[in-house]
Design a protein around this ligand. Structure first.
Ligand SMILES: [Zn+2]
Length: 87
């Protein structure tokens, strides 16, 4: 039997490689909104973050902002944290 291929992605915050389903996809849409892409089908520049990542960590804002090539405000982080906690 062939081993099942598990798609791996790298978390932009801690640089760990994890199966895609253990990560959240964060997307900056063409409108400039930053969203948690829970359906996996938003277009725009995206990055992956562990679903267990600590949104209170000061590093997350800079690292995620860098990955998405945008400036994130503390309000963005709080909104993402709320969206991330919904599922
Ligand atoms: Zn991580």
């Amino acid at each position: 039997m062939k081993p099942r291929h598990i798609p791996m992605r790298t978390c932009v915050v801690c640089r760990d490689k994890k199966p895609k389903q253990e990560l959240l996809r964060i997307v900056r849409t063409p409108e400039g909104e930053v969203r948690v892409d829970s359906g996996g089908r938003l277009s725009g520049r995206g990055g992956y973050v562990c679903s267990t990542e600590d949104w209170g960590d000061r590093q997350i804002r800079a690292k995620l902002g860098h990955a998405l090539k945008t400036e994130l405000t503390q309000a963005d982080i709080e909104r993402l944290s709320n969206e991330a906690g919904e599922d």
